[in-house]
Write a protein that binds this ligand. Sequence first.
Ligand code: GLN
Length: 301
Amino acid sequence: MKITICHLYPDLLDLYGDRGNILALAARCSWRGIEGLVQRSSLGDPLDFRHIDILFIGGGSDREQSILVNDLKRRETELREAIEEGLVVLGICGGYQLLGQYYQTGGGDKIPGLGILNLWTVAGRERLIGNVIADLNPAAWGQEPTGEAAVRGTGNSEGRGGGLQTGPGTGCSLGSVAGTDNGAAAKAETGSGAASGSGILTTLVGFENHSGRTYLGEGLLPLGLIRHGYGNNGQDQGEGVRYRNVFGTYLHGPLLPKNPHLADLLLALALRRRGVAVLPAVLDDRLEIRAHQAVVRRFLS
Ligand code: GLN
């Protein structure tokens, strides 16, 4: 079994050690006897999205985002087709923002995004910095997203609208985050059960540092629901996004070593797209699970 992981723009988008996400995915493949093949692609490099299983785009400063955007736009059609066909994508912060319609900098310049996700970002005066804990949004986790927006309406740069509605019928009920259905759903999706933290871990932890406030349009689901920190915009309690097999988040850290359940979900989705139904359980990742739980306790103390 082989999973090909592409690190896009590793020389430009690699803030706060985001390359650690690549290392975590490759390690979690090797612990299972899966060949995790890492390839790097940057400005002008040929890249066929049909031959990769997971695309990773890290975070970067406004300057780096504006440097690479034309190169990224040239890849838009193939990437859009690959996403609709199930390509797994993880975008962190700037890499997340670039999947949307645009990123408006503090100086008012609009850096166009790929427009693949119905979201947009407007920089604010104050940077949103600090530790983050987000409860997993059951509507976006461990099952095909319902597509029913958990964030009703659309937020906007003035911050109006976009309030999270939870409870029955919105596909987003906080109550179930801590319940087993979330874990059971995740377990069903990864097939690796508790061994990979799914079913035990019902939060995402990380570190954020961004000026952009991201607003999700209709049809998009936040990946998490903020318990500590700012998240997408510091207003609607959403953190990140999930659309099909695309995951966007503001969480640096790097994200995946502290969130093994998300790492395994990405691997499971990548294998499923290749017709492999179950991700083999990892023998023992209690260390990663304990690290996640210790971080949650520390952030909340
Ligand atoms: N430049 C973007 C912002 O400040 C993204 C920053 C990042 O990737 N950490 O919002």
